[in-house]
Each structure stands twice: as C-alpha cells, then as structure tokens.
Design a binder for this molecule. Structure first.
Ligand code: KIV
Ligand code: ZN
Length: 530
C-alpha cells in the first residue's frame, strides 16, 4: 500500500494522468506491491451443500491457514446460525496474527452479531454489503439505486462504530454498471470502508471485462489512489474464469484477493488460493508479493479436502494428483535430464514431497503423530492411542499408509459419534450370481439386522439397509475416487442422496469398496435434518 501511495503521488502531477493509468502503466507503478490474501474457505467455501464443518474442524483449518500465511480469514456469517456465530468466536480466540473477518448483510442486527462474535479477535474486520446490480436492486430489494447507496453508506457507518477495519461488498458487482458502481464505492469509501470488494458473484465476466472494471474503479474513486482504501477481487468460477479474472483484477489495481483452498465454493467454486499464489510466485516479473508459505499449500489442500470430504480433481492445477505427474515418455525423459524442461515449478515448493512419505505397520505412534501434525491434525493421549490402533489395522491390510489414509482415519474418529453406524456387512458378488447382502446397523444403542438380494453387491447392500431405515431416499450420485496406489488401497466413495427434497452428501473410505459405498450412504443419512 505504501509503495502504491508513493507511486501514485509521483504520477499525480503528470498532465497525461489517464495515460499513466492505462493497464500497463498501472502494473508498472504498483510493481513490488504486496497482495493481501483473504481466505474465505470457511465462509463462501463452506457453503458447498453437505460439506459443512463443525467448530473444532473449522479451528483446525483456521490454524492451518494461519501457518500458510493468509492475511485475512473470513470465519463465517454470525447472524446466520448459532453454529456460525460460535465458530467466529472460537476462531477469533484460536488464531493470532491474521485478521478475522465476519460477514453481514447491510442490516444492523447482522452487524451487531458480527461485532459480538469478533470480540476476542486480535485483528478484526466486519464485511458488510448489498447487491448493486439492476436485477438485485429491482428483484431482491424492490428498491432503487439511490436508496441502495444510502443503505450501503449507513451499513458501513454502523459497522465503523464497532471496528476500524470495514470491508464493503457490492454483491453482483460483475453485472453492475461501472458508472453506478463507482458512485456506490465512492460513497462507501467516504463513509470509511477500508476495503472494497468487487464480487463477480455469478462468475460471468471475462478477464478483460473484469480487469477493466477494476481499472475503472481505481481511476474514478479517489480513495484508491489516495491509499485510504484498497480494491478486492472476489471471483466465482461458473465459466472457469475465476483465477484469470482475479489476476486481471490484480494487474489493474486490486490489492486483495478473496480465495478458497482448492477453489471450493458453491456451484463451480471460488478462485483457488494455490493458483493465485503460484501464479505470482512463478512470475516475479509482475512484482506482486504475497505472504504465503508455499510449502504449506499441499498439506492445507489435503486437510480441507479430507475434512470436507471433497475430492480434488486429479488434474487440478497445483494440488491435483496429476499436477506434477509426467506420463508421456518424452516428458519423463526430459524431466529426468533436467526438471526445468517440463516443470515450471518444483513440486517441493508447494509441499508435495514431504506430503508423499508413507507409513507402514512398523511405524510407531510418534511417526503417526508427526505425519498427522504435518497435515494439520494434532492428536495426543487417548485419541492418539485410538487412532494408532486403527492405523495398525489398516497397515495390516495395506503395505503403505499414505497421508490421505491417516486423514481419513482421523475423520472416521471424528464421526464415531454418529447416530447410525455400520456394525457389519456381508455380501456375495461375482459373475453369474445374484448378489446377496446381510447387514447390521447400530442406531443409537440398538442393533438391527436385515438381508436382501440385488443386481450387484452395492444394490443388494443398500436394499438391505433400506429395509431397516425406511425413508423415502434416493441415491443420486455415486463417485468412486480412483484407487491410485495398488489394489490394496482405500477406496473413497462420494455419494449424494435425496431425501425430503434436499440433497445430502456422504463419504466413505475403506479397503473394501462395497463397505465404502455403504458407509458413504450412512454418512449422508446421518446428516438428514428430520
Ligand atoms: O459472491 C458474492 O457476492 C459473495 C459476497 C457475499 C461477498 O460471496
Ligand atoms: Zn462469493
């Protein structure tokens, strides 16, 4: 920011100021500037249906984000539920140096709740805002543009009564007319907004258009050149352009980016933190610096994926299983001669080498504890003993136990308190026979048993399960994550189950693929609201 101020002062006298503000000049003038990383994994990211975390899990992620070096953690939307409120309180206590941010609508009771939830935060920010696009103004608020400006200003002023650091978001800014948007943003910066968030809420804009929008705001709102406020990007990935839009925003003057680990978020997700961090790391010529400790990227990605039971697509940039896997002979040959032939970054730089070390049945408690710690899970005492027992059982079944496996074990330990549990499952399968399954469930403290036949082992098992749990539920989606490390590997199954017009997501992991499928179904059942 200081550097930005300095640069803008130096060009302010120039007659041809508009020329200097042209894209390239802006890039040049703000070279070496610091980019603030605002992580919203625990707020926008966590809005993915079925991927909600409990408070203990959120604290675990928040601590990992702190170690990763993010500047701001958006911890939740306190007025939305007591659980969200409590998570913001507990994360505020657990984390030291990043700013903790809480979301609100432009509504006084939301802002009161956010301020209360943030009371223990060492550095706190209230993030308030309102929809500014024509459709939001007309259909969502049944209002008019002038009234929206008044409400926006009132919300910022109200939040300022509680905290110095107030961020304003113009929801659907992507589809808001630039001239009107500049009026809104000018008004809220005059009311004291320290950060102005320009969300492309629907993921509609192209990188050129989004970059131009940021540039327009930079040029038409005095607070940015004056250094009293900064612009923030917040891009959604509906058309696969979130990262490109974010980078375009930064190259045109934004100095904060709102991102999530693995790019998670509703629909097609948000901009992914790891992609933005590594783009600026691999392009030092752009002069943009972040505080991210890139070596923590991969462990953080694994932790979020495992706690949320959300697989990372194998070809996902930076953190996907195949991101550094060279399969073609020509590439393998080149990389062996010199990695720079086909690798633009060292996998070690994003923490991949350390994460790939495996444990075996001969590994002790300390080794298990250490690997869990590297992956952001700290366990001791009885919990470690219980986990170690599970680990030995697994290590007996498969030669090498990976980080993924131990994170799954740690997750299973967390869900041990679920109401419906699988007691046993026996099933026949094979060519030319009809599958028969017998299943035992524990519901609360009671045991139930049933048997059924089906046209395959999964079908038979789920039919047997449904004779015990008589709900009108339908399996909608069934994904088996590829077994990557040999036939003794853990199968990971993700399912969505429809019940009472809602979709519930379930996850199961087991060396037995049918058991994994049934566990995933039971996991979804445990989330049913009624
Ligand atoms: O996408 C969006 O518009 C948001 C705002 C609430 C910040 O997430
Ligand atoms: Zn969003």
């Amino acid at each position: 920011m200081y550097f930005l101020l300095f640069c803008m002062d130096s060009v302010a006298d120039n007659d041809n100021f508009s020329y200097l503000c042209a894209q390239n000049a802006i890039i040049k003038d703000i070279m070496s500037d610091r980019l603030f990383i605002f992580d919203t994994t625990l707020r926008d990211g966590e809005q993915v249906p079925g991927c909600q975390l409990n408070t203990v899990e959120k604290i675990q992620v928040a601590r990992q984000l702190e170690a990763l070096g993010v500047d701001v953690i958006e911890a939740g939307f306190p007025v939305s539920s007591p659980g969200d409120f409590n998570s913001v309180v507990e994360i505020s206590k657990a984390v030291t140096w990043p700013t903790i941010c809480a979301l609100t609508r432009a509504v006084e009771k939301d802002i009161d709740a956010a301020a209360e939830a943030l009371q223990y935060a060492k550095h706190k920010r209230i993030h308030t805002g309102i929809g500014t696009s024509e459709s939001h103004i007309r259909y969502k608020f049944n209002s008019n543009p002038e009234e929206i400006i008044e409400r926006a200003v009132a919300a910022v002023k109200y939040a300022k009564r509680y905290v110095e650091d107030v961020e304003f978001y113009a929801e659907d800014a992507g589809r808001t007319d630039n001239e009107y948007l500049a009026r809104v943003i000018d008004a809220v910066t005059k009311a004291g907004a320290t950060v102005c968030n320009i969300p492309d809420t629907t993921g509609f804009r192209t990188p050129y258009e989004y970059g131009e929008k940021i540039k327009y705001l930079y040029e038409h709102v005095d607070a940015f050149a004056a250094g009293t406020s900064i612009l923030s990007t917040h891009c959604h990935n509906d058309l696969g352009m979130a990262t490109a839009n974010t980078v375009a925003g930064v190259l045109n003057g934004a100095r904060q980016v709102e991102v999530t680990i693995n790019g998670i978020g509703e629909r097609a997700g948000n901009t992914s933190l790891e992609e933005v961090a590594m783009i600026f790391r691999t392009h030092p010529d752009l002069g943009i610096e972040t505080n991210i400790n890139t070596h923590k990227i991969y462990p953080t990605s694994r932790m979020v994926s495992s706690l949320m039971n959300m697989p990372v697509q194998p070809n996902k940039a930076i953190v996907g299983r195949n991101a550094f896997a060279h399969s073609s002979g020509i590439h393998q040959d080149g990389v062996l001669k010199n990695a720079s032939t086909y690798e633009i970054m060292d996998p070690k730089e994003v923490g991949i080498e350390e994460a790939s070390i495996v444990l075996t049945a001969r590994s002790g408690r300390a080794a298990l504890r250490h690997r869990l710690h590297i992956n952001g899970v700290d366990v001791d005492g009885d919990k470690l003993d219980a986990l170690y027992k599970e680990f030995l059982l697994l290590a007996d079944k498969k030669k090498e136990v990976t980080d993924d496996d131990i994170l799954i074990l740690a997750g299973a330990e967390r869900s041990a308190s679920q109401n419906v549990k699988l007691d046993y499952l026996q099933v026949t399968a094979g060519k030319g026979t009809r599958s028969v399954a017998s299943i035992g469930l524990i519901i609360g403290n009671e045991k139930f048993e049933a048997a059924a036949s089906g046209n395959g082992p999964v079908d038979a098992s789920l039919k047997a399960l449904k004779t015990i749990i008589r709900r009108d539920m339908t399996l909608k989606d069934f994904t088996i994550q590829a077994i990557s490390k040999g036939s003794d590997d853990m199968a990971k199954v993700h399912q969505s189950v429809e019940f009472d017009k809602h979709i519930y997501y379930g996850f199961g992991a087991n060396t037995d693929i049918v058991t994994a499928a049934v566990e995933a179904y039971i996991d979804a059942i445990n989330k049913f609201k009624s």
